[in-house]
Every structure is written in C-alpha cells, then in structure tokens.
Design a protein around this ligand. Structure first.
Ligand code: IPD
Ligand code: CA
Ligand code: CA
Length: 259
C-alpha cells in the first residue's frame, strides 16, 4: 500500500506543480465536443506526467484517463485520472481547479487524492482510514435542518435528453430559498462536502474521472453518496448525489420532485 499511496501523491503533486507554473501565464486552449468543453495544453502535460509516474511504478495496471491516456491491462488495479478538473476555470485563471486521481482494486475505490494547487489544498482518503485535508482529518457537516443547508451543483456540457432538464431541478432548489453554488469542478464540490463547507452536491452526467477520488473522500469523511434513487453508487453512474447523510432523503425528494 505504501508504494501505491506514494505514487498517487507524487503524481498529484507533480501535476499540481505544472498547473501552478502555467496558471498566470498563457497556454493553448482548444474545444472538445459540446459548447465550451475545453481542453488546454496543460491538461495534456499533467496527464502525461501522471501516467508516466504511474507506469514507472506499476507498468501492468489499467489506466482510465480523461484526455488521451486510457490503457487497458488485465489488472485488478485501475487508476482513474482527471488531469485538471475545472478546466474552464483554469482557462479563465479562476483558481478553482484540481488534479483528481482515484485508485480502485477489484472495482472498489482504495485511494483518492484531489489536489488544488492554487489554494494549496490536498484532499486524500484511503479506504477504511478516513479522509484528510492537508493531513488534518475531515468530516462532513452535522447539519440536519435541510432548510439551512448550503448546496453545490454543476451542469453537463451537453444536456441529457432522457432526463428532466437539470435547470428545472436547480430551479426547485432555488425556489425553496436554498443557497446553491456552482464552482465548476465536481471533484472540488465533492471534497467541499467532505470537509463540511457544503452539506450536499448533485449533478447529472459526470464521468468516472470527475468522481473517482472525491467519492472515496466523501465516504471516508462520513458522508453518503448514491444515485438519485438513493441506491448504491458506482463511479460509472450518471446521477451523483453526495451529502452529509442527514439531508440525503430530502434532496432526493426535491431532485425527483416528489411531494
Ligand atoms: C467538469 C467539471 C464541472 C462539471 C462538468 C465536468 P472538466 O470537468 O467537473 O464542474 O460540471 O460536468 O465535466 O471538464 O473541467 O474536467
Ligand atoms: Ca472533470
Ligand atoms: Ca478534466
């Protein structure tokens, strides 16, 4: 485990150093599928650095990475990588962006790191051993009164067609008078639930690399994560609800518009 953890932390911090070194400068930005779904040359540099570090240590492990880097091996270990989560923020020099890396074994998340170098915040969790922010143990909030909750959400680059429009759901929360923030980085949203800044987070259509690390960090901080039916969660789910546990059912009712 020590070598796995050391590799995870080295990959995240070295990629974070790359983000920090480019943050105030200029870099190439291009568009992916969808409107304003950006990728920068820094995403690619970070991804290459993370994969290089993992492969040097564990050449047989499977890698699932957002940009170009996925590599299947017959390994029980999977590294799930978002080289920059919050790329639109990064491209606009907004310091809410991070590196996110999760490691699963036999499809159970084992380790997760989310590192925001611009705020000097490194969130880390190991299955069964708690969640930490810069080495200090963190816990979800203890708020039980849903009406006093502070929430965060995000929106997909392309609207899902099969579901209710995410704006409708957002509107229901706002009409209840609840403060709902939109930071632009799902990995940071999850970590800020884990450390109690937010009481709940929901989003449609996230990808495994957005969630892998934050998912474990929320669980290890004592939070609850599920789909919008409250069912057991996988990082491949297309509905993500993470809360302090206390307000989970009320959030499901509002998301699903149940009286
Ligand atoms: C995005 C961010 C954003 C979320 C999007 C994601 P990216 O990831 O996590 O908060 O709303 O759905 O795709 O593109 O910055 O890696
Ligand atoms: Ca992402
Ligand atoms: Ca990304």
């Amino acid at each position: 485990m020590n070598q796995l953890k050391a590799t995870l932390l080295q990959a995240a911090t070295e990629a974070g150093d790359i983000i920090r070194s480019y943050f105030h400068g200029s870099f190439a930005v291009s568009n992916k599928e969808g409107i304003n779904n950006l990728v920068t040359e820094v995403d690619m540099l970070c991804e290459a650095k993370i994969i290089e570090i993992i492969q040097r240590n564990f050449p047989d492990h499977t890698i699932i990475s957002e940009e170009e880097g996925s590599e299947e091996h017959h390994s029980e270990y999977k590294w799930i990588i978002d080289p920059i989560d919050g790329t639109v923020n990064f491209a606009h020099h907004i310091p809410i962006c991070c590196v996110s890396i999760g490691l699963s074994y036999q499809d159970n998340m084992l380790l997760g790191v989310v590192y925001n170098p611009m705020m000097n915040e490194l969130f880390f969790a190991e299955r069964g051993k708690g969640a930490y922010l810069n080495d200090v143990r963190i816990q979800v909030s203890d708020k039980t009164d849903f009406r006093k909750a502070c929430l965060v959400t995000g929106f997909p680059y392309k609207w899902p067609h099969e579901n209710e429009h995410p704006i409708k759901v957002f509107e229901r929360f706002i009409l209840q008078g609840l403060p709902v923030r939109r930071l632009g980085s799902a990995a940071i949203d999850l970590c800020w639930v884990a450390c109690g800044r937010f009481d709940g987070f929901w989003e449609y259509n996230l990808n495994p690399w957005d969630i892998a690390a934050g998912y474990l960090i929320v669980e290890e901080a004592g939070g609850r994560i599920s789909n919008f039916d409250g069912e057991h969660y996988s990082v491949f789910d297309k509905q993500t609800l993470a809360t302090n546990g206390h307000i989970h059912e009320e959030m499901i009712q509002l998301i699903k518009n149940k009286p």
